[in-house]
Ligand binder design. Structure first.
Ligand code: AMP
Length: 254
């Protein structure tokens, strides 16, 4: 299943901060979806976030993409806190809850995006989830669902190893399941040269995986208790996983 494509926002306000305005604004939806995606690194959250964003006209809000954008900015523009965050990211470690929360809070305007939002990579710790609930309450926003993509450890590691991303527009590809269609090694959307992320190197990927199990996986119980958790098996093609996700979301609003 392919989404009914809505032109993606350039996410300028999210990626570069509240001083920037998005050039393409998602159309207002009658009932926008406000979603969080959970799942181990490499499970395909980024791909599903892109498909869901295109389907619902929502904005794809990835905290990892904010850090990767900061990495490409002039080093003189980076604050001390951001430089520290980037060093942690390169080592496959989590950035502090304080810094991540500050970054999300200063971008809280994006949570009011007329098309809704798909959060990918945040929250990632119990503290972030608790603080995010407070932020949502203060902004008068209700989370519609938290989608938990489930996959075995071996399959997750194999997926992360084949992942390629575009450093310009952050589109996500995979050497086997989603190779670029126009030209080998080039982004279909912007022509950028695709790369393996530093933190997808096997030695760093293992650290990230252990961290996910210890720190992020407990969030499923947290959101289950709140009645918003939607588990989806990620052991299928991106199109099938997307179709399953859309079916599960439609059932929640039926
Ligand atoms: P991702 O693209 O979501 O896998 O994020 C890449 C890296 O950015 C992570 O390995 C962390 O170093 C950092 N990062 C992104 N989001 C968060 C978060 N919510 N909490 C802590 N660190 C994060």
């Amino acid at each position: 299943m392919r989404p009914a494509v809505t032109p993606p926002s350039d996410r300028a306000a999210w990626l570069k901060g509240p001083a920037f305005e998005c050039s393409v604004k998602p159309p207002a939806q009658q009932r926008p979806w406000r979603l969080v995606l959970l799942g181990p690194p490499g499970v395909g959250k980024g791909t599903q976030a892109q498909l869901l964003a295109a389907q619902f006209g929502a904005c794809h809000l990835s905290t990892g993409d904010v850090f990767r954008t900061a990495k490409r900015m002039e080093s003189c523009q980076a604050t001390a806190a951001m430089s520290e965050a980037l060093a942690l990211m390169r080592a496959g470690k989590l950035v502090s809850d304080e810094l991540v929360m500050a970054m999300v809070a200063e971008r809280s305007g994006c949570l009011h995006c007329a098309g809704g939002f798909i959060l990918d990579g945040f929250p990632r710790t119990l503290q972030q989830a608790i603080d995010f609930d407070k932020l949502l309450a203060s902004e008068n926003i209700v989370l519609d669902a938290v989608i938990d993509y489930e996959l075995s450890l071996d399959a997750t590691i194999a997926r992360a190893a084949g992942r390629l991303t575009c450093p310009n527009c952050h589109a996500v590809y995979h050497t086997v399941s989603k190779p670029p269609q126009k030209s080998v090694g080039m982004c279909d959307q912007c022509g950028g040269k695709l790369k393996q992320r530093d933190d997808d190197r096997p030695e760093v990927a293992c650290i990230r995986m252990r961290q996910y199990t210890a720190v992020t996986e407990p969030l499923t119980a947290y959101y289950q208790q709140r009645g918003v958790l939607v588990p989806i098996s990620a052991d299928a093609s991106p199109e099938e996983v997307f179709a399953d996700t859309c079916r599960a979301l439609a059932a929640r609003r039926a």
